[in-house]
Design a binder for this molecule. Structure first.
Ligand SMILES: [Fe+2]
Ligand SMILES: [Fe+2]
Length: 204
């Protein structure tokens, strides 16, 4: 629980995180619950990969706030393109915003590197620092989210999206994580749940 100084209000960490996420996605309707969508995809990938509860918790917080450092609308919209140009700036700002809060410290580390390409394994480091594997998972989920068009039902886009992701296997994404996506993309409920989130449905 987090108590806001000088006020009687007591809000849970989960509520705070979700509200922060909602506020940052309100920058533009085009973001369309982008961070929630990425959190949902990340969670499903994590389940498929049998991550621990602790890893899943940190990942969920990181995913739902991953673009919090995109301070201008243009910046937020630019990174919605699959091949985003200069995407690391908002990732670093996100890390800086969150790193000093104990509850967000682990998520901040994941956010800092969420646009690092796998680069055939070289992506485990960036500028001499270790890149958490969780960052690569958010990276994959984030790029899957950018490939979803609102012109067609997500379920009907599954094969097109998978083909595009597989095409970047090794270069952009960890091939092991793509295998997890391969299992998920064959599950109808995954796409139906995803549709409900991108159309504004809540899952909290
Ligand atoms: Fe991003
Ligand atoms: Fe994103």
């Amino acid at each position: 629980m987090i108590r806001l100084k000088g006020k009687l209000t007591v809000i849970s960490f989960l509520e705070l995180t979700l509200e922060l996420s909602k506020a940052t996605d309100l920058v533009s309707p085009e973001l369309n619950n982008h961070q929630r969508l990425v959190a949902f995809i990340t969670y499903n990938l994590g389940e498929e990969l049998n991550l621990t509860r602790k890893q899943q918790n940190n990942l969920s917080v990181a995913a739902i706030l991953h673009d919090i450092g995109g301070l201008s609308m243009q910046e937020r919209l630019d990174v919605l393109k699959f091949d985003a140009l200069n995407p690391h700036k908002h990732a670093k700002i996100g890390w800086m915003l969150l790193k000093d809060y104990r509850e967000f410290a682990e998520a901040a580390k994941i956010i800092k590197f969420h646009h690092v390409d796998w680069d055939y394994g070289r992506g485990i480091k960036k500028d001499g620092e270790d890149v958490p594997l969780e960052s690569h998972l958010v990276h994959l989920a984030d790029r899957i989210a950018t490939l979803i068009s609102n012109k067609e039902k997500p379920f009907n886009q599954a094969e097109r999206i998978y083909a595009r992701i597989e095409d970047a296997s090794g270069k952009k994404f960890n091939p092991e994580f793509i295998k997890a996506f391969k299992h998920i993309k064959d599950k109808e409920y995954f796409w139906f749940d995803l549709e409900s989130i991108s159309s504004g449905g809540n899952y909290d």
